[in-house]
Design a protein. Structure first.
Length: 154
């Protein structure tokens, strides 16, 4: 299990008990000061007071369990308009949305995709680029995915 997944499993019960959805966890280790970013959401969106409340509880758990060695900064955040996608359920939820996707290993010579998510089957995510080209991406090789905000005028 990856460090992000272990941290998410540790924090999930606390975040849910407070009435929030744990969208995902990003851990960026660094020799000087690591970063732990916890994304939360709820119906109606997240405000600063929500982040403060979750921060207080999550900080307590991290102090007791001590899953991160060394210094780190804890950030509690809403997923924002360019929401990161962390799991297959996220990809299913956002079928029809545009996303930027970076793979850990290239398909052919391509590692970065800017495409619409059009299908999710098992661990395969089908995307369609602007030129109409469809590609199946193995979820296990996806490093980072962020939605591309859509600002449609009426």
């Amino acid at each position: 299990m990856k460090k992000n997944e272990k941290l998410a499993a540790l924090l999930l019960p606390c975040v849910e008990a407070l009435g929030y959805e744990l969208v995902g966890v990003e851990y960026h280790p660094n020799s000087v000061n690591s970063l732990l970013r916890v994304y939360i959401d709820k119906a109606g969106g997240i405000e600063l007071d929500d982040c403060v409340a979750v921060n207080e509880q999550v900080s307590g758990i991290l102090d007791v369990e001590d899953p991160i060695s060394g210094k780190y900064t804890l950030e509690i955040s809403s997923p924002g308009l360019d929401r990161p996608l962390f799991n297959l359920a996220d990809f299913r939820r956002f079928i029809g949305s545009q996303a930027k996707i970076r793979l850990s290993r290239p398909i052919g010579k391509q590692r970065n995709f800017k495409a619409e998510i059009i299908a999710v089957n098992d661990h395969l995510i089908t995307v369609q680029e602007a030129d109409g080209k469809q590609t199946e991406l193995d979820f296990n090789y996806i490093e980072v995915t962020r939605l591309i905000p859509s600002f449609r005028s009426k």
